[in-house]
Design a protein around this ligand. Structure first.
Ligand code: 6PG
Length: 240
């Protein structure tokens, strides 16, 4: 069963997610010498990344490797780029602290970008990567990363990274796949706002229907599953 924590405000949610990041980073660095985290895109985690940058002196960033769970098919400086969001909210502050960031090269055509990222991952990890932390967001349609409802990527069992066209957003996206996401030591959903409350309730309390609620495919094989919610996002599961 996932651990579900509800916080009174988006700021408290962001700080708690940041503290979890540091807790897992210190543990991984103590045990293995490095901390590998897969970052979520979108807007919700921006506050988490800002909090990490503000408290950056709490971590030896030389031992930290950051990866991305998905990317829009735009150059890294494009306003829609998840990498740009992370750079502006965190990396620009941390750059002189030695963090290593592996962005998805979405300036290439989608299939090539996906293939390049998978090749990079295979060069960095022996076997399926075990991320110490995977941060995920949740769309109002219950998508996560870029695993959108009705897409075959939800059921991918071989590839680690895929590119696909998403009708609902009329855009190509690159996403890591469930085999990678579910191999993590800890997967943490960070969800804020009443607009997500129905999706949270459906994913956690609805019947299993991964093609409709893709976030349900996230079931860590050996790791822990965490949901960090603010009270608006938790509104329906609290009232049930
Ligand atoms: C993206 C994200 C995506 C995001 C959800 C929630 O590229 O947009 O990876 O999965 O986490 O869409 O987005 P918000 O946090 O902006 O609501």
């Amino acid at each position: 069963m996932p651990q579900i924590d509800v916080y009174d405000s988006p700021d408290l949610l962001a700080a708690s997610a940041g503290e979890l990041f540091f807790e897992l980073a210190h543990r991984a660095i103590r045990e293995t010498g490095t901390f590998s985290a897969l970052l979520s895109g979108g807007t919700t985690p921006r506050a988490v990344y800002r909090w990490l940058a503000e408290h950056g002196d709490m971590l030896d960033w030389h031992r930290v490797r950051l990866f991305f769970g998905d990317e829009r098919c735009v150059p890294p400086g494009h306003p829609d780029s998840n990498y740009r969001m992370v750079r502006e909210s965190m990396l620009d502050v941390l750059d002189n602290l030695g963090v290593t960031t592996y962005r998805i090269p979405a300036e290439y055509p989608p299939e090539e970008a996906s293939s390049r990222y998978e090749t990079l991952l295979r060069s960095l990890f022996d076997g399926t990567p075990v991320f110490d932390l995977v941060l995920l967001g949740l769309g109002a349609d219950a998508h996560t990363a870029s695993l959108f409802p009705g897409t075959t990527a939800i059921h991918e069992e071989q590839a680690w990274v895929l590119a696909h066209y998403i009708e609902s957003v009329a855009a190509w996206r690159i996403t890591v796949t469930p085999p990678l996401l579910n191999n993590a030591r800890v997967v943490a959903f960070i969800v804020s706002g009443e607009s997500k409350s129905a999706a949270v309730d459906a994913v956690l309390h609805g019947g299993r229907a991964v093609d409709i609620y893709p976030a349900q495919i996230i079931q860590p094989v050996r790791g822990d599953l965490r949901w960090l919610l603010d009270k608006d996002a938790a509104k329906l599961i609290l009232s049930g």
